[in-house]
Design a protein around this ligand. Structure first.
Ligand code: ADP
Ligand code: ASP
Ligand code: MG
Length: 417
């Protein structure tokens, strides 16, 4: 007997037929004698609609009320799944974040889980009851409802798995695992049997939305065995017999991966915005004047490039921020414009960040060179570059996204059949 967390995303609970299908997956594990906590998202499209209503009412709104609104999507699906499980003879009840409770900090809209009391869930497993838990939501320090940021149900699932010491956390979604890149844009993307926590963390933070970044971080810290698989597989398909069987993709320690590629995956993010300061003075202290106020306003700057100045007096400086923070960043920079001495401030949201990720880069030279040559051969101009130990990212014009990702996928030998 094992203790499992099974998480189902929005497309997996998109209508009643799919909720019935989810119940069959749960039934299979219950029938096998396992203790099960299910975490569900809102029906696909619901959260977007709720966010849109909040914005339509007032573009700048109280973040606590935003959370009160957007957390409702998950309340519907937990109730529906609990009813369906009961209908097919499985004892089950729904749990909202505040009922467990799932305690978070008070960063409304992007809250972090601080503590989960799993005692009552575990006690009820003993009585044969399945817990159906609303993902994405928690309870803040002032007893207000919080949400964990878009895609946050993954994080709810991993945090619950850690709290109840589950043997596994299975993330059921609309693809059958983690691929070398987004299978929706590269038909030749290959499913990975295993991916290391470190690589998955980079993939997620660089744009692969199959798992929320924070969920991978938690899985790594709490050693949660995380598996990504499809909810559209037949619930009664053979599941293998041993604990080591993998259906989908296992996120695990790098030591568990025998054949390591130099580049394991490619990610892209359209959530970038570029700001260029034209003709800032080329003298010590200017960068501090630009990035200091941005940091003071909690704006994350990612890529930075400063051009060589022709005349030794002024230079252009370019950097990127998340698109959602562009308006704020621009505001901060305009206020400091006189002091920085920039002639002009230009912004561009028509850009994409494409990244190659792989642990093998630590010990291989020439990985970035292949990236730059491949993009050059396709006539794609690189606007900015950043690197870390296990990734290289470039900023390019958005219209080249698919061309770039496909070309790099081929160049690093990742193409499947
Ligand atoms: P859910 O609603 O189940 O949480 P998401 O839409 O959040 O599902 O995440 C699944 C999607 O992630 C897939 O449909 C796929 O398009 C996208 N995706 C992006 N990169 C990858 C990747 N490397 N491997 C698998 N899926 C990916
Ligand atoms: N429903 C939330 C969202 O759409 C959480 C999730 O699906 O993970 O972002
Ligand atoms: Mg998701």
């Amino acid at each position: 007997m094992a203790r499992l967390v099974m998480k189902f995303g929005g497309t997996s609970v998109a209508d009643i037929a799919r909720i019935r299908n989810v119940a069959q997956h749960v039934k299979r594990e219950v029938d096998a004698g396992h203790e099960v906590a299910v975490v569900v998202s809102a029906m696909s499209g619901t959260t977007n609609q709720l966010v849109a209503w909040a914005r339509e009412t007032a573009p700048l709104h109280d973040a606590r009320e935003y959370d009160a609104i957007v957390a409702t999507g998950e309340q519907v699906t937990v109730g529906l799944l609990a009813i369906e499980l009961q209908r097919i003879g499985i004892p089950a009840r729904s749990w909202l974040g505040w009922q467990i409770p799932i305690r978070t900090d008070n960063a409304h809209g992007a809250a972090r889980i601080q503590d989960i009391n799993g005692d009552e869930l575990i006690r009820r497993f003993g009585e044969g009851q399945v817990a159906v838990i609303a993902g994405f939501q928690g309870l803040g320090p002032d007893n207000r409802i919080t949400t964990l940021g878009r895609g946050g149900s993954d994080t709810s699932a991993v945090a619950i798995a850690a709290a109840i010491k589950a043997d596994r956390c299975d993330i059921y979604t609309d693809v059958d695992g983690v691929y070398t890149t987004d299978p929706r844009i590269v038909a030749k993307a290959r499913k990975l049997d295993k991916i290391s926590y470190e690589e998955m963390l980079e993939m997620a933070s660089l744009g692969a939305k199959v798992l929320q970044t924070r969920s991978v971080e938690l899985a790594m810290v709490y050693r949660v065995r995380l598996q990504v698989r499809s909810s559209f597989d037949a619930p009664d398909a053979p599941q293998g017999t041993g604990a080591g069987d993998i259906v989908g993709t296992l996120v695990c320690d790098e030591e568990e991966i025998v054949e390591q590629q130099v580049v394991s995956g490619i990610a892209y993010s359209k959530d970038e915005a570029k700001i260029t300061l034209v003709k800032v003075e080329d003298r010590p202290g200017v960068a501090a004047k630009v990035f200091g106020p941005l940091a003071d306003n909690s704006i994350n700057v990612d890529m930075i490039i400063q051009n060589v100045s022709d005349d030794g007096k002024s230079t252009d400086m370019t950097f990127t921020v998340p698109q959602a923070e562009l308006a704020r960043a621009e505001d901060v920079i305009r206020k400091a414009q006189a002091e920085i001495g920039a002639k002009e401030i230009k912004t561009d949201t028509n850009v994409v960040k494409v990244s190659i990720i792989g642990i093998g880069m630590r010990s291989h030279a020439g990985v970035a060179k292949t990236m730059f040559q491949t993009l050059a051969a396709k006539g794609i101009n690189i606007l900015a570059i950043t690197t870390s130990e296990i990734k290289v990212s470039v900023l390019i014009e958005a219209e080249y996204t698919e061309l770039a990702v496909r070309a790099l996928h081929t160049a690093y030998g990742l193409d499947g059949e």
